[in-house]
Write a protein that binds this ligand. Structure first.
Ligand SMILES: Nc1ncnc2c1ncn2[C@@H]1O[C@H](COP(=O)(O)OP(=O)(O)OP(=O)(O)O)[C@@H](O)[C@H]1O
Length: 476
């Protein structure tokens, strides 16, 4: 079984002997303890550190326990407080509970009892936090989605979504990164009979491999080191609704049979449990890999592929969607700024390997940089204007076509994927973290893409230097 969690505790108690006794006991039990001799010190500690539980003596000179409790609501909202009272001060204990204290103990009390009460209070805090997390997770996907795009290619996609949505079958959405697979999944969910239930999203590439199983299927308390509490998986959270599994191609092979099973009969077992549970979940999955090719190469289970790919929606890359890019431009600029002719040409010529996401990011940046509401090529990311030819240098266009224009168009999904990765690396001078951001993929996924397409071998130190570069940029 896993060990009980270590608590971060603050003891605010003016009686030095009693304070030392509590501190020593809790430290011996493995908790992190801060001790404060009065209310002022206690509040200061709360400004510096996030505690699970505050043990608060009510009768102290200076600031009383009740006053401290009152101010704690502002200094560290949500912290749990266990009040310690002497005999005959029960009334103030009751008052403390009204002010939000979680519990109270009357001195003298056995120290193990104090620890038990702290654990209960900390659990309550964790449950409250989980609840907020789950609500956020669910509400995040409640906003209605509008699929922009009236090109023939997108009209076909929208019509197909309209047909597959009400069926309750599993759908596989394929397309390049940033092409709008998640938007399409939301559109399917919203047009399904499950629309008033949650759509929950999980991205297989963004999770460390060892976490994917417990995130999807949940775990029991003690199932592995660190599993201090039972946790339902996202299949259970999505019960009655839709589970969007992004980057399905990244699902570790060991988990593929388990996913197949839940798709076949809705049954699953949490990690560490022998109990079978049933869920009613519609799965919409997405991939920017050619899963059929992965099946042929023995890297993805054939039975799972056929089970997931009952219905498929293929999202074309933005560069194959005619004038759709202008609809995104219009939506983004919405009267806030205009494009000058050269910027318009740059946006029109650039192949947008990172698709809609990359275009929207470029426009966000341009909106910040533009002077007087006019976007010039200088306000666009350098790689975007590099492929465009300013109108006053049009003679150079024939003699020196941009590299993207010289290459024949990619034909398969794998080709397109490789091209996108190459283009992103070129643009970022080989900075993998930057390239990952440009394409809107997780850094871990970027390394796999680089490896898959033989675009370079990642030395271990690279990871750190990229991460450092990342951090440096973020703090700058
Ligand atoms: N047709 C569309 N209409 C409106 N917004 C879109 C459309 N397509 C994409 N977007 C926007 O572009 C961005 C990227 O879309 P999304 O996350 O759906 O792409 P994706 O294909 O799932 O990417 P990834 O493969 O990296 O997960 C989002 O901000 C999304 O709102």
């Amino acid at each position: 079984m896993a060990a009980d969690p270590v608590l971060s505790l603050l003891i605010v108690e003016d009686d030095a002997d009693f304070r030392a006794l509590c501190e020593e006991f809790m430290v011996r039990r493995g908790h992190r303890v801060t001790a404060a001799a009065n209310g002022g010190e206690g509040l200061d500690a709360c400004r510096r550190t996030d505690f699970d539980v505050v043990l608060l003596d009510l009768n102290m000179p200076g600031l009383t326990g009740l006053e401290v409790l009152d101010r704690l609501a502002e200094v560290q909202p949500g912290v749990e407080v266990v009040v310690l009272t002497g005999q005959g001060t029960i009334d103030s204990a009751v008052q403390a509970m009204k002010l939000g204290a979680a519990d109270y103990l009357t001195k003298p009390f056995p120290l193990p009892e104090l620890e038990a009460r702290c654990r209960i209070a900390a659990d309550r805090r964790r449950l409250r936090r989980d609840n907020v997390r789950l609500r956020t997770l669910l509400s995040r996907d409640r906003a209605k989605v509008t699929m922009i795009g009236a090109s023939p290619a997108m009209r076909q996609v929208t019509a197909l979504i309209g047909r597959v949505a009400p069926t309750d079958h599993t759908v596989l959405i394929s397309g390049e990164s940033g092409a709008g697979k998640e938007v399409a999944a939301k559109a399917i969910h919203e047009r399904s009979r499950r629309a008033d239930r949650p759509m929950v999203t999980v991205n297989c590439a963004a999770l460390p491999e060892q976490l994917v199983e417990s995130e999807l299927f949940g775990h029991e308390k003690g199932a592995f080191t660190g599993a201090t509490e039972e946790q339902p998986g996202l299949f259970e959270v999505a019960d009655g609704g839709t589970l969007f599994i992004d980057e399905l191609g990244e699902l570790p092979p060991a988990l593929q049979p388990k996913l197949l099973r839940v798709l076949e009969d809705g049954s699953l077992r949490r990690v560490g449990s022998s109990r079978e549970r049933r869920v009613d979940v519609r799965v919409v999955a997405a991939t920017n890999r050619d899963l059929a090719a992965e099946v042929a190469a023995g890297q993805f289970r054939e039975d799972l592929y056929y089970r997931v790919n009952v219905l498929s929606v293929d999202l074309p890359p933005l560069r194959e969607r005619g004038d759709d890019r202008w609809a995104f431009v219009e939506m983004k600029l919405a009267g806030k700024a205009k494009l000058d002719p050269d910027a318009r040409e740059a946006i029109g010529t650039y192949p947008w390997p990172g698709n809609v996401r990359q275009l929207l990011n470029a426009l966000d940046r341009a909106l910040i940089l533009a002077d007087d509401g006019v976007i010039t090529p200088d306000d666009l990311p350098p790689d975007v204007c590099r492929t465009a030819t300013p109108r006053d240098r049009s003679s150079e266009r024939e003699s020196d076509p941009p590299p993207a224009a010289r290459r024949p168009p990619a034909t398969t999904l794998a080709d397109r994927e490789r091209e996108s990765v190459e283009a992103a690396l070129r643009k970022t001078d080989g900075n993998k973290a930057e390239a990952a951001r440009l394409l809107g993929v997780h850094r871990r996924k970027m390394y796999r893409l680089i490896e898959r397409h033989g675009l370079g071998v990642k030395p271990i130190a690279d990871d750190e230097s990229d991460a450092d570069a990342d951090d440096a940029q973020e703090t700058a």
